[in-house]
Design a protein around this ligand. Structure first.
Ligand SMILES: Nc1nc2c(ncn2[C@@H]2O[C@H](COP(=O)(O)OP(=O)(O)OP(=O)(O)O)[C@@H](O)[C@H]2O)c(=O)[nH]1
Ligand SMILES: [Mg+2]
Length: 458
């Protein structure tokens, strides 16, 4: 009889050529299925957990496919919590595909995306937030994102949410006590303890919600658009930031027409730096298209650097800079190498506290500018993560926001002197919502949304 749980297989390493490729087999029949095609002095059936065995994988006709190493993990001491065999074969697409073909013919099923991690979740090896951290770790594009995912995988966010839930459960406990007392004719217990618990939970929630802006920055990177008048030195600044001659720089205004985008890591955060055409009215159709595209880029920018040419006779007004509508604008006063500070009295813009003097040519002030870019994008320094977990995931943010709303209602009821039943209702709502984060309460929809983001083999 076929067991109710399939044994699944997938190639866990990325496609392409490499030293080895690893196939993962997980499920009640994992050891038996591999054993059927594994030729070695002793079968895997007699192998202890966490041991590696050299042998050959052969097809049904007995033809040798490859020499492999099989590593056996016995349930529950494996990634999925099931019996797992990892088959390491020689790298390259053909060999790993042939080995997988053999295992599929022998009774294994092809794993769906994220199915190994889903099984790990269902078998209690990790909670839902930790499972999501696995996908985020794999997709991490900056060092900060990698570090946050790893912390989340270790349970940092989950344990913070559990602490929060405990405060709320304590509050519910006190309210129930109050209800018992009410039957005996007492009005209210002292509610200051409940207030304290709710306020604590509320501020933890707020802190987590606030961390999302930084978290999103760490995960998705920051889109940074360079803008300003033609010839201000935008392309020179791009080159200075990248420390390479990426964009064409000339003394002719209107040099850049296309949008140029390059990745740059500062303080572990990925900046996508976009150089654009200088903003000016023009009759040149090519340049006009460039200016149009520059405006388009500005609309989707997370942070804007407005490059001002200190040598230019006309300076942009504060109003012009504000008119681009981005709340995160850094003004960079460029060409500081030729214009001394004292000679620039005519500029009201220089009084702007956000304005930084730089020279794209000499590199002067660039480091200060990079610090400002980080500060504006993240709101705090990325190494400063001692205060708690960072939320990077939109689902988590949504859960926390809904929980926060219920908690606000509870606090309002408390201040309004509502009865304990009322209060307890909202607190329980917050508790149930928070349970979605770790997956203690979950639905098929949530699970599908989470695991469909995974790659096959994870
Ligand atoms: N002295 C000095 N010259 C600079 C500096 N930055 C840029 N320049 C010069 O200014 C001119 C224009 O520089 P670009 O970087 O092409 O300016 P841009 O803003 O990209 O210009 P467009 O693409 O035409 O909009 C070039 O001749 C640069 O060498 C600087 O910091 N100091
Ligand atoms: Mg340019």
């Amino acid at each position: 009889m076929k067991p109710s749980i399939d044994t699944i297989v997938a190639i866990a390493t990325p496609p392409g050529e490499g030293g080895i490729a690893v196939l993962r087999v997980s499920g009640p029949e994992a050891v038996a299925i591999v054993d059927r095609r594994f030729r070695a002095p002793t079968p895997l059936a007699s192998a202890a957990s966490h041991t590696a065995h050299v042998g050959a994988i052969c097809d049904a006709a007995g033809e040798r496919i490859d020499q492999v190493v099989c590593t056996v993990f016995r349930a529950p001491h494996s990634y999925t919590g099931e019996d797992v065999v990892e088959v390491s074969c020689h790298g390259g697409t053909l060999t790993s595909r042939r080995v997988m073909g053999v295992l599929l013919e022998t009774g294994a099923e092809m794993a769906r995306p994220g199915e190994f991690t889903k099984r790990a979740f269902l078998n209690g090896k990790m909670d839902l937030a930790q499972a999501e951290a696995v996908a985020e770790l794999i997709h991490a594009r900056s060092d900060a994102a990698r570090r946050i995912s790893l912390e989340q995988l270790a349970g940092r966010l989950s344990s913070e949410v559990q602490t929060l839930r405990r405060s709320l459960m304590d509050a519910v406990g006190l309210l129930e006590l109050e209800l018992d007392f009410a039957e005996d004719g007492y009005e209210f217990l002292d509610r200051s303890k409940i207030r304290e618990l709710l306020n604590d939970a509320g501020s933890s929630l707020r802190r987590l919600l606030e961390s999302y802006r930084a978290g999103k920055v760490f995960r998705d990177g920051v889109k940074l658009v360079l803008t300003g008048a033609p010839n201000a030195g935008k392309s020179s600044l791009l080159n200075a930031l990248l420390k390479e001659s990426r964009a064409i720089v000339t003394e002719v205004p209107g040099t850049t027409r296309d949008v140029i985008e390059e990745g740059l890591s500062i303080g572990g955060v990925l900046f996508r730096v976009v150089d654009t055409a200088g903003l000016r009215p023009t009759s040149d159709p090519v340049e006009r298209e460039g200016v149009e595209r520059a405006h388009e880029q500005l609309r989707s920018a997370d942070v804007v650097i407005w490059v001002v040419d200190l040598m230019a006779p006309i300076q942009p007004t504060k109003e012009a800079i504000e008119s681009i509508g981005s709340s995160h604008v850094i003004v960079a006063l460029n060409k500081s190498d030729v214009i001394a500070r004292s000679s620039s009295t005519r500029m009201d813009i220089e009084d702007d506290s956000r304005a930084l003097r730089i020279s794209a040519k000499t590199g002067d002030g660039i480091q200060r500018l990079e610090e400002e870019m980080l500060a504006v994008a993240v709101g705090r320094t990325p190494s400063d993560n001692t205060e708690g977990a960072t939320v990077t995931n939109a689902r988590h943010y949504d859960v926390l926001r809904r929980a926060s709303r219920s908690l606000t209602l509870a606090l309002e009821s408390l201040e309004g002197g509502k009865t304990g039943e009322f209060l307890a209702l909202d607190i329980r709502e917050a508790l149930n919502t928070l349970a979605e984060l770790t997956g203690e309460v979950t639905t098929d929809d949530i699970m599908n949304a989470v695991f469909s983001k995974f790659c096959i083999g994870k």
